[in-house]
Design a protein around this ligand. Structure first.
Ligand code: CAA
Length: 408
């Protein structure tokens, strides 16, 4: 029996900022962002967007053509939780009108809970092949105005339907794991922004990669050369390149810069123009690779490395299925990314510093461009979500002209 990804979709907010504006504001050479870190543009959520609206938007597209009755589990992976008790999955379950005979949970372990969700889904389907699992990974990466992590910020969601009738990627049971208690990046409950020891976090990421690979290799006898392409967790795109050369060096595989580019570059394109989306980041990298028009990836083997600070890592492999191109939303995705509204530095600061009332008071959010769902406000300590007619989602504040967006 094959088990894997039947459908996959992503959503990013309709707003973003060119990092040239951030470089000017911070008096930093733009080359540091573009070449040094590998980032050109960051996705920015508007005040009426949160992990639920982003997740529901991604999930609605991933569910196109899939019988909602087949979904028996919804797992929401995030490290930007909106409630200490209730799972964000339940809001999405309602917005998408999913069946009541369904379990709906939220999972957390920094950026890699989406990967654990994926492996829990595989195990579920191995036991109950008629069931399908909807996984939603949705996050908003915030480090603070003027912080070292600021140019890597981003936001977005990926949704995947996992089933015994995969059309995109087949996945096996083998995973190399690594867990160690470290403080490289964390976010205490009283803070909106992550605390991070940036340089140390890169070192721990590399250590976790080495250990995960060793564990995977010990279990499977896999060789580096068994994989045609690699997708890494991408806190920023240059991290993928650094990690891949590190793994090749550690494996004593001589990798020319052309070969390194070939194996890794297609997975980095979306991250450069969206920024970090924590749990969604690795799977946006997968979509970036799958969307590459010049590549026919059928039967190609992809190596994945998922990293969640704190820390846990996982290395696993997947094989692309023939016909996968027919089940992507490539042209819609490219148009969406291209048509995002470029905001000014001042608007970025306004969006960034917007906070919902901290005391639960009734509040209506201002209407901005959105997908099919938006956060309408807060009433009696409860977040209120609403469906947005397609014409309104694109046009809510369309008074200002769109600047040209970066090519994808
Ligand atoms: N032109 C070209 N390149 C330049 C340059 C210029 N003018 N100025 C600097 N650079 C290069 C530097 O040489 C450096 O390259 P190398 O890595 O090859 O040495 C690169 O730009 C970055 O420069 P710095 O190291 O000086 O940058 P920094 O200290 O300001 O911040 C960072 C970098 C630590 C990654 C910071 O962005 C950060 O803290 N990010 C958040 C944490 C993070 O992403 N960690 C990654 C692992 S943890 C994880 O993966 C989980 C997660 O999602 C957060």
């Amino acid at each position: 029996m094959k088990i894997g990804i039947e459908s996959i979709s992503m959503y990013v907010p309709r707003y973003g900022m060119d990092l040239r504006l951030l470089a000017d504001a911070r008096n930093v050479d733009y080359a540091k962002y573009k070449q040094g870190i590998g980032q050109e543009f960051m996705s920015i959520p508007s005040p009426d967007e949160d992990i639920v609206t982003m997740g529901a938007n991604a999930a609605e597209q991933a569910m196109e053509g899939i019988d909602p009755q087949s979904i028996r589990t919804v797992i929401f992976a995030t490290e930007s939780g909106i409630d200490q008790s209730k799972a964000a999955a339940i809001y999405v379950h309602k917005l998408l009108d999913l069946p009541q005979n369904c379990r709906t949970v939220e999972m957390k372990q920094a950026c890699c809970s989406s990967t654990s969700a994926l492996h829990f889904a595989l195990a579920t389907i191995a036991l109950k092949p008629n069931e399908k699992v909807l996984i939603i990974a949705s996050d908003i990466a915030k480090y603070g105005l003027g912080s070292a992590g600021e140019p890597t910020q981003g936001a977005g969601a990926v949704a995947m339907v996992i089933s015994a009738t995969p059309r995109i990627l087949e996945l096996g049971p083998d995973v190399g794991y690594f867990t160690k208690d470290v403080m490289d990046f964390w976010r205490p409950n009283y803070k909106d922004e992550a605390l991070v020891d940036g340089k140390y976090s890169i070192k721990v990421y590399m250590d976790a990669l080495e250990h995960c690979w060793e564990h995977y290799q010990a279990d499977t006898n896999a060789a580096f050369e068994d994989f045609d392409y690699f997708c890494y967790h991408l806190p920023f795109s240059r991290m993928g390149t650094k990690a891949h050369s590190h793994l090749a060096r550690q494996q004593k595989v001589p990798l020319s810069s052309q070969e390194l580019q070939r194996q890794i570059e297609p997975s980095l394109r979306y991250n450069r123009i969206t920024g970090n989306a924590y749990t969604a980041s690795l799977y946006m990298g997968l979509l970036s690779l799958l969307d590459s028009k010049e590549l026919n990836l059928a039967h190609k083997k992809i190596g994945f490395f998922s990293y969640g600070s704190g820390c846990m890592g996982a290395f696993f492999g997947g094989t692309v299925l023939p016909g996968y191109q027919d089940h992507l939303y490539r042209s819609e995705r490219e148009a969406w990314l291209r048509d995002r509204k470029h905001i000014s530095y001042t608007e970025y600061v306004e969006f960034y510093t917007h906070r919902l009332p901290q005391n639960g008071h009734n509040y209506r959010t201002s209407r901005h461009r959105s997908g099919s769902f938006r956060l309408a406000g807060v009433e009696n300590h409860q977040r209120i979500y609403e469906r947005v007619p397609a014409s309104m989602g694109a046009a809510a504040d369309s008074g200002k002209a769109l600047a040209a967006a970066p090519a994808v």
